[in-house]
Design a protein. Structure first.
Ligand code: V07
Length: 278
């Protein structure tokens, strides 16, 4: 049969086939996941989940549709992080800058923690995930705080993956507050100026109980930090992806970790914190 004689819809079908995940694709991904486990895994992965608005715009959908799709990706990426044995996954969900967005969008975003946890908290508990939050609680709506607070309490004794949401978080402000609290403790006689070190400065940051991120991922092609964990990212490897967050899938996370492992291999285990090459 000649190509032209294929009824309309024929070539279309062939095109569609390319999008079907075959069991062969899944096997290949499983294989890559198993290979990852042979090398040092980043213990703390932080992600700036960018590109939700752009994803929606490309489809002529409202921005909030992109946020909703992005929320579903959080679940998938968390599941893989847990499976990989990553210790901490920090996700930048809402920055202190995000209040400048249109009121309806902010209101929608503030409902997402409740929706996410309403759907996924039972699974997170089953998977031994521990939910935490980093950010200023005082200005968050009560319903948002209640949803997050409930998840934190109900998972506080879990000892698997720590799922740390940066919610109403800004790094410069975090550092300024740390300085103020240090001054407060110095004045109260609890701390001597000569005893202030990098290590105990970190104790005054909102990430105090967590190790510094080993790997930072930012999606959607933007190559900047946007006031995210400035102190904590001092020695972190960066991976920038052009993929929009609602399209960021398991394979994309696996690739980011592969790149991370290739880079750490090049240090030959000789590099430690504070000892940059050259
Ligand atoms: C938000 C979805 C992901 C892309 C980035 C913007 C929109 C999950 C949460 C969340 C937060 C706290 C929590 C449980 C879930 C969330 C906001 C936005 C504000 F305990 N996704 N997601 N929060 N987006």
């Amino acid at each position: 049969m000649k190509m032209e004689s294929i009824p309309s819809g024929g070539p279309m079908m062939i095109n569609k086939l390319k999008f079907w995940k075959t069991s062969k694709d899944n096997d290949a991904l499983e294989e890559r996941i198993n290979a990852l486990k042979e090398l040092p895994m980043p213990k703390h992965v932080a992600i700036i989940m960018d590109g939700n608005g752009r994803w929606a715009k490309k489809r002529a959908l409202p921005r909030v549709a992109g946020h909703h799709e992005g929320m579903k990706r959080v679940r998938r990426i968390t599941r893989l992080a847990s499976k990989l044995g990553i210790e901490v996954l920090t996700l930048y969900a809402f920055s202190t800058e995000n209040w400048k967005r249109p009121k309806n969008e902010v209101e929608y975003l503030m409902k997402l923690p409740g929706e996410f946890l309403g759907t996924f908290l039972p699974e997170l508990k089953e998977e031994n995930v521990r939910v935490q939050m980093m950010g200023y609680k005082d200005v968050l709506p009560e319903h948002t705080l209640n949803a997050v607070g409930k998840a934190i309490t109900e998972t506080q004794h879990n000892n698997g993956l720590i799922l740390n949401f940066a919610l109403n978080y800004g790094s410069r402000d975090e550092i300024v507050r740390a300085v103020k609290n240090i001054i407060h403790d110095v004045r109260a006689g609890k701390l001597d100026v000569k005893d202030i070190t990098e290590a105990n400065f970190s104790d005054y940051l909102m990430s105090h109980s967590l190790r510094d991120p080993d790997l930072l991922i930012r999606t959607s092609g933007e190559i900047r930090l946007s006031n995210f964990m400035l102190w904590q990212l001092a020695y972190t490897e960066f991976f920038f992806s052009d993929v929009l967050w609602p399209d960021f899938n398991e394979e994309n996370l696996v690739e980011a970790i592969e790149v991370y492992q290739q880079r750490s291999r090049r240090y030959g285990g000789l590099k430690s914190e504070g000892e940059e090459e050259e």
